[in-house]
Design a protein around this ligand. Structure first.
Ligand code: SF4
Ligand code: SF4
Length: 423
């Protein structure tokens, strides 16, 4: 990406020197992870372009929106209802937190031993390296895990943060609490943007976001084929871009890609030979540009056929049911989001059931559970997943890792041994 955007970044208060370091690190990594793949679908050009312009064109679009009086609202969790932000005329951006940047700054306010995702978002803000973050009028946090919940108190010193209380269980009183949180958020979104949410605007936003989720599901379903028409790395990239790209354009591009893949499938073509071991990855989300484990898996002889993660199926598996009237729509939004099987819930049996179904539906040979270091909810829940996998005799590998590359060699050895066993 060119530095023609320097004026825009400067006007946002981005630290240009630190930002340059980030931009220099991205292209070589992207080249090695993505552009060295063979048989890539032609339609991936759009997604390559989006990454190439990651801090350029999309940021320019956000600035245009703001110039016209629009607001940008950032989020770190798939529990934040994008439909509400859109219905209030705002743009919802998933803030990435997938790279080790600004760690020194973050460690001035956070303990050293904390989940890299939390350290990353704090580092991004304190080091002022993310033009998305700097474009946000408000950030929405949630009480999913303790580390995030407490970090939002600190983050609030630097950007207005609204925290939604996500319940820990899914009983009827939890459903009521969450519904009230969703209703409060709708009030706040209207206050922040100055635009009233109407029946029409909310119904439209629900349809648009459902359309995005349908396109992603269509793509996901195509991965059930053997040979697989698209790599897991490319699929993950698309799932990551879903968090911040323009909804209508992104949906159209994913559908275009699916058209191409359907064509490919009809000729029996795929990206890996038909006998390649098929793996499902489950665990903590992999925010852009965290491609470390998928890259190791797909350069060790296996293909990833599904991601049971928030950068994956948890983001698009359920839709908001359409309804008449604001109240019913908000109820349906609350119900849809509470259906997400995040490890912060107890019990979280829905995730186990889902995994078992996925192994069957995606014809997977094994499951790799990937937890970010210091992420207690997923690290502890891995025990339940492992137990179920043993009972069902599904080959299983458990990995715990951060954003640095120090353990890449060791991980590769373990993944290769697992894939060898699958064969
Ligand atoms: S894993 Fe849980 S906390 Fe993290 S993004 Fe998903 S729903 Fe939110
Ligand atoms: S990865 Fe785990 S510890 Fe980190 S923010 Fe998500 S739930 Fe919390």
């Amino acid at each position: 990406m060119s530095n023609n955007y320097n004026d825009m970044w400067r006007s946002l208060g981005v630290n240009l020197e630190a930002h340059d370091q980030l931009l220099q690190a991205l292209p070589p990594t992207y080249h090695d992870v993505y552009l060295t793949q063979t048989n890539r679908p032609k339609s991936m050009e759009y997604f390559d372009f989006v990454v190439n312009e990651i801090h350029g064109l999309r940021i320019q679009e956000l600035q245009e929106h703001k110039k016209n009086g629009g607001k940008v609202i950032g989020a770190f969790c798939v529990f934040v209802p994008e439909e509400i932000v859109r219905a209030a005329g705002g743009i919802c951006i998933g803030l990435c937190s997938g790279i080790d940047i600004g760690a020194a700054e973050a460690e001035q306010v956070l303990p050293r031993s904390i989940c890299p995702l939390i350290k990353s978002f704090m580092g991004f803000k304190l080091a002022k390296v993310c033009p998305y973050f700097e474009s946000c009028d408000m950030v929405v946090g949630e009480t999913t895990c303790d580390g995030k919940k407490k970090a939002f108190e600190i983050l609030n010193d630097y950007v207005p943060v609204h925290v939604m209380e996500t319940p820990q269980m899914k009983k009827s009183r939890d459903k009521q609490l969450w519904l009230e949180e969703v209703q409060d958020f709708a009030e706040l979104a209207q206050k922040t943007t100055g635009t009233e949410i109407t029946d029409v605007s909310l119904a439209q936003a629900i349809q648009e976001v459902n359309g995005k989720r349908q396109a992603l599901r269509r793509l996901s379903n195509l991965r059930k084929n053997n040979p697989v028409p698209i790599s897991g790395k490319d699929s993950l990239l698309i799932e990551q871009i879903a968090m911040y790209d323009d909804v209508a354009r992104f949906t159209a591009k994913v559908n275009e890609l699916c058209d191409e893949l359907e064509q490919k499938i009809s000729t029996g073509a795929g990206v890996f030979p038909g006998r390649t071991p098929r793996v499902i990855v489950t665990g903590t989300p992999m925010a852009i540009p965290n491609w470390k484990v998928p890259h190791i898996i797909e350069t060790s002889g296996a293909v990833i056929v599904a991601e049971e993660m928030c950068t994956g199926l948890r983001y698009f598996e359920n839709e908001v049911a359409e309804a008449d009237g604001l109240d019913s729509m908000l109820e349906n939004i609350a119900a849809r989001y509470l259906g997400i099987n995040c490890a912060v819930f107890t019990p979280n049996t829905g995730r186990l059931e889902q995994l078992e179904n996925l192994v069957r539906d995606y014809h997977a040979d094994g499951v790799i559970h990937c937890t970010l270091s210091f992420c207690d909810p997923y690290a502890v829940e891995a025990n339940r997943v492992e137990k179920m996998m043993k009972q069902k005799e599904i080959p299983f590998l458990k990995i715990e890792t951060g954003y640095d590359q120090e353990d890449a060699g060791q991980l590769k050895t373990r993944v290769e041994a697992f894939i060898e066993m699958l064969r």
